[in-house]
Design a protein around this ligand. Sequence first.
Ligand code: OTD
Ligand code: ZN
Ligand code: ZN
Length: 345
Amino acid sequence: MTDRITIRRPDDWHVHLRDGAMLEAVARHTARQFARAIIMPNLTPPVTDAAAAVAYRDRILAALPADTGFTPLMTCYLTDAADPQAIADGHAAGVFTACKLYPAHATTNSAHGVTDIFALAPVLERMQAIGMPLLIHGEVTDRTIDIFDREAVFIDRILVKLVREFPALRIVLEHITTAEAADFVTAAPATVAATITPQHLIINRNAIFDGGLRPHAYCLPVAKRERHRLAVRAAAVSGSAKFFLGTDSAPHVVGAKESGCGCAGIFNAPFALESYLTVFEEEDALDRFEGFASENGAHFYGLPLNDGKVTLERRPVIVPERIGDGDTAVVPFHAGETLGWRLVD
Ligand code: OTD
Ligand code: ZN
Ligand code: ZN
């Protein structure tokens, strides 16, 4: 039995680090596990221009000890008013790695998101021309569509057409949750990839209703049926270079989760690698873990692989029931559980 596994230092291709006190509290968890991360721009107000992104990047780095070597990769939050030239300038200046597309009202702080994706054609054309990736929260926001179907309907109604009309645009379908998404990405051209979260590999929708309402199992896109979880797992461990690690770690203070209208988001950053590795071991795919965690994403983004290694060892670790206190008290994914792997510091 393998008791230690050493891989190239991994990256998180989708994370919410927040701002202010929460940023101060959570950033170190991501920096401990990952060399780089794609930082989501859904602050209030959202990060829509390069000056805001530079300022946010500085706040992230200031929240970390100087020696972490962590690199935040910034994204531009697309709105209906997005300007192709400003985005291209931000990309050329090394500020924006990618643009993030939230359909308006799809998830937390997405009220300023895009109402008609195809109306942004000039922006998408420019991104395509300069090789700047488009990261998509792939859910329709039509409230008459069942919440469990919103990802599959987004693929049918929007994504198929987007890939057809922008054949060279690099697209990441973020946090996939369905068999439809796994199948679509697998069959799509090499310009299309997907991130996968730990929670969508580990829980299905029963977890949200397990003996009562479980707000800490609620995120968007919401976990789906078991057959979808199995399809997403199969994609993650398939060895296909189109699938890579993106935690979507999204902390909310405990009171905002345990509420009459609880916020969406799962805070998985502290034990993300342990969580993913458990899945790869269960699927007898330890040899594919490094590709998923440390190679596929960098290749898709056209970035160099990291130097350095991380090691995980087979040693039980108890996940705390709560991390932080006061305004930053958060219940982590796997709270109270014992995981079988531990990242070696
Ligand atoms: N999902 N929560 C959040 C974002 C993500 O859609 C996402 O990427 C958040 O709180 O920012 C969530 O459940
Ligand atoms: Zn999202
Ligand atoms: Zn997210």
